[in-house]
Ligand binder design. Structure first.
Ligand code: SF4
Length: 401
């Protein structure tokens, strides 16, 4: 079993590896193989924590040695599980979490120096990933001096439009880009973000599977699906608290905001926890952008994360539990208040309920002007939902995302 397929299970080669596995998926599920448990963990962590990394440790660390076969086979089983949840937001969040985890792994692979590439940990390089998504011809690196990795690339305008979204911010609009010879200039990090969109689309492709409830593999997975639904309903709030009182935020969130205000980059789990909390208390993407204006968090990243966290029914998947945040080193359980609540939103709700309502001033009332100004600016600059008409016409291609 090629561990690389376990690491990037959405690659075409991984599909072939699954097809060539000695046992079929129904057999594995019927036997309650380790891949089934890992699949449940994959979905649970995707929906509740925005990552599919094993709880035991990131793939590529010691966890990779455990069972690459179970890791690989857990991916198609996770896709079946998420289909059985019968929820489009769950599919969106699952695909986003798979893509986010894959991007973290890809960044780590690209950062490895040549010396470390000889370790048993399987790695890919950028060319491998571009080839995987049929982008080898569409992406060209700008020349560099010496042996440094290129800092900028040119991507053909068609794939650029297909793999980016103007909702990521004005800087992604074609009219604001250097465009020459049918190619758009992007930074290396922007290219990785576009690849993240390609991964997300690949994961989402074909979901949900049409499975007859109570029959075959759906019947075998019934208890796992019920377990996931129960967990989700326990973690689903009837509605957002819808009051923004920063002075009542739990210490974990205060610490994350303080860190970002000092200009320190937040890690993936840190920014996920903060965004999920802010959306969970009822803030809109515009409000979160305004709230985080003077921090290391950039507006495009905030919009990307908050828009997939928020759905029509409010935050369906609140921030990770206090226990998980503690494992990530985000929670220090100040004054032992983990006794009070199991997660930051519950803790905040308790503090809001205990506070004198007359004394709470909603941050949005004090800063409404700033948020409105920002929203108004967007309205002026064009349609939020798509590349402005001029850009789309210029490219002659519709925006798919
Ligand atoms: S116990 Fe929970 S709410 Fe309190 S700081 Fe830790 S994660 Fe945050």
């Amino acid at each position: 079993m090629d561990a690389l397929h376990a690491k990037y299970p959405f690659f075409e080669g991984a599909r072939d590896a699954v097809a060539g596995a000695s046992a079929s998926l129904p057999e594995l599920v019927a036997a309650d193989a380790p891949a089934v448990d890992r699949a449940r963990e994959r979905v649970e962590r995707a929906l509740l924590e925005g990552t599919v990394e094993p709880e035991a440790g990131a793939f590529g660390g010691s966890a990779v040695d455990v069972d690459a076969r179970a890791e690989l086979l857990s991916y198609p089983i996770a896709r079946i599980l998420v289909s059985l949840l019968d929820s489009q937001p769950a599919i969106e969040k699952y695909a986003a979490a798979e893509a986010s985890t894959a991007l973290d792994r890809l960044r780590a692979d690209l950062e490895r120096d040549d010396g470390l590439r000889s370790t048993p940990t399987p790695t890919v390089d950028l060319d491998d990933v571009l080839a995987e998504f049929d982008l080898s011809e569409a992406v060209r690196a700008e020349p560099t001096r010496g042996s440094h990795d290129p800092s900028h690339y040119r991507i053909a305008v068609g794939p650029y439009l297909r793999l980016s979204s103007p909702s990521w911010g004005d800087s992604w609009r074609l009219v604001n880009r250097a465009l020459a010879d049918g190619a758009v200039r992007v930074s290396r990090e922007e290219l990785l973000e576009a690849l993240g969109a390609a991964i997300e689309a690949r994961v989402r492709e074909g979901l949900p599977f049409e499975l007859e409830a109570g029959e075959g593999i759906a019947a075998e997975l019934e208890s796992r699906v019920s377990e996931l639904k129960r967990l989700l309903s326990e973690r689903t709030y009837a509605g957002p608290i819808d009051i923004v009182a920063p002075e009542l935020f739990p210490p974990c969130m205060e610490n994350l905001i303080g860190k970002a205000e000092r200009g320190v980059e937040l890690s993936g789990p840190e920014s996920f926890a903060l965004m999920a909390f802010l959306v969970g208390i009822g803030m809109s993407p515009d409000e979160v952008v305004a709230f985080c204006a003077d921090t290391s968090l950039d507006a495009e990243g905030i919009r990307y994360q908050t828009e997939y966290l928020a759905d029509d029914r409010g935050t369906q998947y609140p921030p990770p539990t206090c226990e998980t945040l503690s494992n990530y080193g985000i929670c220090h359980n100040e004054e032992d208040h983990m006794r009070v609540a199991a997660d930051p939103l519950s803790y905040y709700e308790t503090r809001v309920n205990d506070a004198d309502g007359d004394e709470i001033v909603d941050w949005r009332e004090e800063h409404g002007g700033g948020v409105e100004a920002e929203s108004g600016g967007e309205a002026e600059s064009g349609d939020e939902a798509g590349v402005d008409d001029g850009a789309a016409t210029e490219a002659g291609e519709p925006v798919e995302k």
